[in-house]
Design a protein around this ligand. Structure first.
Ligand code: GLN
Length: 539
C-alpha cells in the first residue's frame, strides 16, 4: 500500500475534464457510467463536479411532459432540469447547480438576446465560434473549483442537432490542453440472437463518426447485455485504431448502484489513474455496505402505496422511489412499492387497507386530485402512515379541511375560489396569470422554521431546515381552524410565517407532509430523514 502523503493529488485551479459521449444508441447507461466514474473519483478523494449538455431546443426541462421525459429535477438554485441530474446527485452526493444542465434552447436564447442588444458589434453570429464558445464557457463555469469535471453529452454522436456540442468539446482540449481531457465513448454492442453473436459493426461505425469529428477517444466502453468475450473488445480496438487496453466491457447489471463496482472491474480505473497520475485505491466502503444491505433479504417487508397520476412511466417519480428504497435499505426491511392510479381510487379507499403506508407525491392539474384527497382522508381516519410531498401536502390540507367542516374544500388549481369560500389551497402572491409559463414557479432552496417539539423537528433533529421547492400554490391560512379541526397542525413555516411548509397529525403515528420536495436531497448512501422516519413508522 502506498503512503497516502506520497500521492500527489491533482489539486489546482484548473480541473481535469472527462467528456462522455455515446454511440449507436442512446439510453444505454451513458449517464450512469459517467456518474459511476464520478463516484469512484470522489471515493479517491477528489472534488468532482458533473454536467449534462443536451441538444434540445427547450430552454429548461420545466415544461417537458413527465410521462415522456420522466421527472423534472430541481437544483438548489432553482433550475428545472432533466432527471440525469438526480442520478448525478445520488451518485456523487453533491449538489448540482444551474450550470450543471446546458440545453441548446437556453444557449440560443442567450446568444440572440446578446445579438439584439448589440453585443456582437456588427459581426455575424455563427454556430462556430459563437455557439461553440458559449458551450465551452458553460463547461468552464460548471467545472470551476473542482479537481475533476465530468461532462456528459446527451444523445449519440452524429445526431444532427448535437454536432456543435461535439465540436465544442473537441475545441475544449485546445483551451485547456489535451493532456487535461479524457474522452470516453460509450457504445452499444448488440447481441444477435439468430446468429448467436455480438455484433461490433455499429460500434466500429460509431467510432468512425467520432473520429470524423476529430476526437479519438481515450476509452471506449462497450455496453452489452451479457459479459462480452475479450475478443469482441479487441476486434473493436483493431478496427478503430484504439489501443486494446482502452476498449472495455460493461455488461448489464441488476442495479444501477452496482455499476461503480462494474466500472472498477472493467479496467477503467487503471486509465483514470494514469490520467490523474494517482494510483491510490478508491474508498468504496460505504458503497459496499449499501450494496450488501440492498441485496440482502430481510424478515420484514413493508408495503407502500404510491398514489400516482403518471403511472405509465416509473421515471416520473424516480427521486421519490429512490428515496424510499434508500430508506428501506438503511432500515433493513424489504420494500414493495405499488403504483395506484389516483383516478382509480375515488371511493375505493379500501384498496389502501393492504398497505402499511401511503405516499402522495408532487403533481399538477386536476386529474387524480380527488383520489389523492381520498387517500389523505383515509390515512387521517385510519391512522395509516402518510408522507405528502408538495401536492401531497396540499391534498392533505384539503382532506383535513373537508373533515373539519369545509365540505367542498379544494384548490384554486382545480376550481376552488375565494368567492365560494373553499380555496384551502390558493395561488401564491405574484403567480396569477403565469400558470402555463416556464421557470416562474417558486423554485429551489427555501428555508423553513419548524415548531419546537414537533414531529418534524424531532425527525430532522433541528428547527431550521432548507429544502427544494417547485410550486405555484400554497395553503390559505384563513382555513387553519378547519384544517386543525380535521386533524392536522402546521409544524413548519417559511421564516416570516407567511407560507406553510410542513403539516403533521398529532394523533396519527406518522402523518407528515411538506410543501417541499425532500426527495431531491435524498442519497442512496445517506437516506433523507423524512423518508427514513416514514419507513421506520411502517416497521
Ligand atoms: N401543483 C401544485 C402547485 O403548483 C403542487 C406542485 C408540486 O407538487 N410540485 O403548487
Amino acid at each position: 500500500m502506498k503512503d497516502k502523503k506520497a500521492q500527489k493529488k491533482h489539486k489546482t485551479n484548473t480541473p481535469k475534464y472527462i467528456f462522455v459521449t455515446g454511440g449507436v444508441l442512446s439510453g444505454v447507461g451513458k449517464g450512469i457510467t459517467a456518474a459511476s466514474i464520478g463516484a469512484i473519483m470522489k471515493a479517491k478523494g477528489y472534488k468532482v463536479s458533473i454536467q449534462k449538455c443536451d441538444p434540445y431546443l427547450n430552454v429548461d426541462a420545466g415544461l417537458l411532459n413527465p410521462v415522456e421525459h420522466g421527472e423534472c429535477f430541481v437544483t438548489h438554485d432553482g433550475k428545472e432540469t432533466d432527471l440525469d441530474l438526480g442520478h448525478y446527485e445520488r451518485f456523487l452526493d453533491f449538489e448540482t447547480n444551474k450550470y450543471s444542465s446546458v440545453l441548446s434552447g437556453a444557449l440560443y436564447q442567450e446568444l440572440i438576446e446578446k445579438e439584439r442588444s448589440g453585443g456582437f458589434h456588427g459581426k455575424t453570429v455563427q454556430m462556430v465560434p459563437h455557439f461553440t464558445d458559449l458551450v465551452q464557457e458553460k463547461i468552464a463555469a460548471a467545472g470551476r473549483g473542482s479537481d475533476i469535471h465530468i461532462v456528459e453529452i446527451g444523445g449519440t454522436v452524429g445526431d444532427y442537432e448535437g454536432l456543435s456540442f461535439i465540436e465544442a468539446i473537441r475545441l475544449f482540449a485546445n483551451r485547456v490542453g489535451r493532456e487535461n481531457c479524457l474522452y470516453i465513448h460509450v457504445v452499444y454492442v448488440p447481441w444477435i440472437n439468430t446468429s448467436k453473436e455480438l455484433k461490433t459493426k455499429p460500434a466500429q461505425n460509431a467510432l468512425k463518426d467520432l473520429r470524423g469529428f476529430g476526437i479519438i477517444p481515450d476509452v471506449v466502453v462497450c455496453r452489452t447485455e451479457r459479459p462480452a468475450p475479450r475478443a469482441v473488445c479487441e476486434k473493436i480496438a483493431s478496427f478503430s485504431g484504439i489501443s486494446s487496453d482502452a476498449v472495455l466491457n460493461l455488461p448489464d447489471i441488476g442495479s444501477v448502484y452496482d455499476v461503480p463496482f462494474n466500472v472498477l472491474k472493467s479496467g477503467v480505473l487503471e486509465i483514470l489513474n494514469k490520467f490523474m497520475q494517482d494510483d491510490s485505491e478508491p474508498n468504496m466502503k460505504k458503497w459496499q455496505e449499501f450494496s450488501d444491505k440492498r441485496s440482502r433479504k430481510y424478515n420484514q417487508t413493508v408495503k407502500v402505496a404510491l398514489i400516482a397520476k403518471y403511472v405509465g412511466n416509473e421515471d416520473a417519480y424516480i427521486c421519490v422511489t429512490e428515496a424510499l428504497k434508500a430508506a428501506a435499505v438503511w432500515n433493513e426491511v424489504n420494500l414493495e412499492i405499488d403504483w395506484l392510479n389516483a383516478e382509480d381510487l375515488g371511493d375505493n379507499d379500501e384498496l389502501l387497507d393492504a398497505y402499511d403506508g401511503i405516499v402522495v407525491p408532487g403533481g399538477f392539474g386536476e386529474r387524480g386530485a380527488a383520489g389523492k384527497i381520498q387517500a389523505a382522508k383515509y390515512a387521517l381516519e385510519h391512522d395509516k402512515s402518510y408522507l405528502g410531498l408538495c401536492l401531497g401536502l396540499q391534498m392533505a390540507c384539503v382532506a383535513a379541511a373537508q373533515i373539519g367542516g369545509v365540505k367542498d374544500a379544494g384548490s384554486e388549481e382545480f376550481g376552488a375560489s375565494e368567492s365560494a369560500h373553499n380555496n384551502v389551497i390558493y395561488i401564491m402572491d405574484g403567480q396569477a396569470g403565469k400558470e402555463s409559463t416556464g421557470g416562474t414557479m417558486r423554485l429551489g432552496d427555501y428555508p423553513a422554521k419548524l415548531k419546537k417539539q414537533s414531529k418534524v423537528a424531532k425527525i430532522y433533529g433541528e428547527e431550521k431546515v432548507t429544502e427544494r421547492h417547485r410550486h405555484r400554490y400554497e395553503v390559505n391560512q384563513k382555513f387553519l381552524p378547519e384544517i386543525e379541526a380535521g386533524g392536522l397542525i402546521v409544524s413548519g413555516t417559511s421564516p416570516n410565517g407567511k407560507l406553510v411548509e410542513f403539516v403533521e397529525s398529532p394523533r396519527c403515528k406518522f402523518f407528515v407532509a411538506t410543501q417541499a420536495h425532500p426527495e431531491f436531497k435524498s442519497r442512496p448512501l445517506n437516506a433523507h430523514p423524512l423518508f427514513s422516519a416514514f419507513i421506520r413508522s411502517l416497521k
